[in-house]
Design a binder for this molecule. Structure first.
Ligand SMILES: *[C@@H]1O[C@H](CO)[C@@H](O)[C@H](O)[C@H]1NC(C)=O
Ligand SMILES: *[C@@H]1O[C@H](CO)[C@@H](O)[C@H](O)[C@H]1NC(C)=O
Ligand SMILES: *[C@@H]1O[C@H](CO)[C@@H](O)[C@H](O)[C@H]1NC(C)=O
Ligand SMILES: *[C@@H]1O[C@H](CO)[C@@H](O)[C@H](O)[C@H]1NC(C)=O
Ligand SMILES: *[C@@H]1O[C@H](CO)[C@@H](O)[C@H](O)[C@H]1NC(C)=O
Length: 564
């Protein structure tokens, strides 16, 4: 403890030391659709999020492995938020050094979280720019929504460098919504026919395809599920009520969200927000549903990060969360992704299942130098500690038939995260089985975490938004809440039997080796439009593949397999 005091003295005298960048690989370019407004005036306030270095991250990872491995004696022995806090809480030294650094710059308006590994502080632009040499804060605007971001990279002093993972609120812009579209390219050849033959995907169609009976609805006390959305999107309670009255007659369901965490704006409902809520409540029927929505407290906030911070500060959370947010891995700093990945572990050891949409650009495409391209993995889909959900279409678009790849289904291999043990043999088998027809090795990284883990229908949904029923809605943001609701139903049956919630599903999912899932074996997803791969990424194949994972849920079989 003595060393703490002696340590802080030089800190105060060393404000001229330029420590270095925490995120030197972070994309700082302003996306073209955000227009520059002006530099902030020196006294204007902004809010920054400091991610303090945690302790025992390896032990956290080991704990997650044990509590989510069905063959471990620790399976399902989840930690409380309190226990997570005592594991990862930053050292006294880290806390002291960071607090002193802030205080010595006059930053005193800070909030912390239960785990003490995040601090959110409000300060003037002038102070922020002194604290983080290199930063220059400007205001940007897009569609009437304004944001504060730094136009150049920030650094931190030597003394604090080793005590911080990153500082949030400087660089990351909200990702563009690429996914949900009503007038998709795919509608092309069938549009005319579809218009009179096919009714599109509704809750009844999903429940039929995935073998959910009228009895498959929730009834356990204290079971709940959540959707999280960050893009200035709001769901309207009246849309949900109308959706359920149009499409919910064949099963017992709720027509209201039980809890909204954050602020729901008063604007128009977003298609995305409507879809998430309407469909998680259709498969996860009669289960209490929460919506985490853009808290929008400050223009300098990163909404996704804000949600992660919130999870570290709430002891009572739903067991299942579905999220449709994603960014290109190569636009984010490794430090940021590593730390967010640790946040996913923190959720996992608490028995929380996080489901992310795999993205809607297939394998993606990144233009490297000199006409060279590679595929473009997306984060958090590429995190080894979340369950990533891809997309499918019906083979016969006019009937409830078997499923094939939806060509938009995101999938591939991370360049940041190593392949986790739980999937090594499944991925290896795929690579061997399709070796002759794989895209060139320069397009992807076989040592990385491969995704998605499973899939569900992602094409041709009906959604009610702004009181209007809208057909042809597509995207992996549709398949993700559909799977989420089914996992919440399985949790419901587990809770009724006195079993713990499923928590982080992947170790168990991969042990099933596709049992209880409908294997998707036809079709390829999108890749680079170049001579080498000609628009194609990976192709579905028997067993696991990086397009649809293990396939789509056969609910009664999956329930039986996971109810032990
Ligand atoms: C975390 O919750 C506590 C109350 O439980 C609150 O005082 C604190 O401000 C919260 N932190 C943040 C960052 O919102
Ligand atoms: C579930 O659905 C499939 C295909 O629709 C069907 O073959 C199967 O018999 C159904 N029932 C069960 C219990 O799997
Ligand atoms: C719906 O859920 C409630 C608990 O929230 C339960 O009391 C009720 O029995 C459930 N309905 C059905 C049909 O299972
Ligand atoms: C569990 O039930 C209590 C009492 O009804 C409620 O306050 C709490 O929000 C519930 N928790 C979840 C995660 O649903
Ligand atoms: C491939 O992935 C590994 C992590 O699994 C990473 O260390 C390596 O840098 C990646 N290679 C490229 C070219 O990005």
């Amino acid at each position: 403890m003595n060393s703490l005091l002696t340590f802080t003295v030089p800190l105060l005298c060393s404000t001229l030391v330029w420590g270095g960048y925490l995120e030197d690989d972070q994309d700082v370019l302003v996306p073209v659709d955000w227009a520059h407004v002006s530099r902030l005036s020196p006294s204007e306030e902004l809010e920054l999020t400091f991610a303090l270095k945690q302790q025992n991250v390896h032990q956290l990872e080991e704990t997650l492995r044990l509590v989510s491995d069905p063959d471990s004696a620790q399976y399902g022995k989840y930690l409380s938020l309190e226990e997570v806090a005592s594991l990862v809480r930053p050292s006294e030294l880290t806390q002291k050094v960071v607090h002193h650094w802030l205080q010595s710059h006059g930053v005193t308006n800070c909030l912390t979280v239960h785990t003490q590994d995040f601090m959110q502080c409000t300060m003037s632009r002038e102070v922020a720019e002194m604290l983080l040499p290199g930063s220059k804060f400007h205001r940007y605007i897009k569609d009437g929504h304004s944001l504060v971001r730094s136009s150049s990279p920030y650094s931190v002093h030597d003394d604090v460098h080793q005590h911080l993972d990153f500082v949030g609120g400087l660089h990351r812009f909200p990702p563009n919504r690429q996914d949900l579209s009503k007038a998709k390219k795919s509608s092309g050849k069938h549009t005319h026919l579809k218009a009179w033959l096919h009714l599109g995907v509704t809750p009844a169609i999903l429940r039929q395809r995935y073998n959910l009976t009228a009895a498959d609805v929730g009834s356990a006390q204290n079971n709940s599920q959540a959707v999280a959305q960050f893009l200035e999107q709001y769901y309207h309670p009246a849309d949900l009520a109308e959706f359920m009255s149009m499409f919910g007659s064949s099963f017992k369901h709720m027509s209201k969200v039980d809890r909204v965490v954050g602020t729901q704006g008063g604007g128009k409902a977003g298609l995305e927000a409507s879809l998430d809520v309407e469909y998680i409540m259709s498969t996860g029927a009669n289960i209490s549903t929460w919506v985490f929505t853009n808290p929008g407290r400050h223009e300098s906030q990163e909404p996704f990060l804000q949600w992660m911070v919130l999870l570290s500060n709430m002891s009572d959370l739903p067991h299942v969360h579905t999220i449709s947010y994603g960014d290109d891995e190569d636009s984010l700093s490794a430090a940021y992704m590593m730390r967010i990945n640790t946040e996913f572990m923190k959720a996992g050891v608490r028995g929380i299942s996080l489901l992310f949409a795999s993205g809607d650009s297939g394998a993606g495409c990144r233009h490297l130098t000199k006409g060279r391209n590679s595929f473009r993995p997306s984060f958090p889909a590429s995190s080894p500690f979340v369950t990533t959900v891809g997309g499918t279409s019906f083979k016969n678009p006019f009937k409830v038939t078997y499923e094939v790849t939806d060509y938009i289904s995101g999938g591939g291999f991370s360049n940041i995260f190593k392949m986790p043990d739980y999937q090594a043999s499944a991925v290896d088998s795929y690579l061997k089985a399709v070796a002759a027809s794989l895209p060139p090795q320069t397009y992807f990284n076989t040592s990385g975490r491969a995704y998605p883990d499973m899939a569900a229908l992602s094409d041709n949904y009906w959604v009610v938004s702004n009181r209007v029923p809208i057909p042809w809605v597509s995207g992996t943001s549709a398949s993700t809440p559909v799977v989420g609701g089914m996992l919440a139903l399985i949790n419901d049956q587990r809770l009724l039997k006195g079993l713990p919630a499923l928590g982080f599903l992947n170790p168990r999912l991969y042990k099933l080796k596709g049992q209880a899932l409908f294997d998707v074996t036809e079709g390829c997803h999108l890749g680079c439009l170049d001579e080498q791969v000609q628009g194609k990424g990976f192709c579905a194949a028997p067993s696991w593949d990086p397009v649809t994972g293990w396939g789509t849920p056969n609910y009664p079989a999956l329930l039986a397999a996971l109810l032990k």
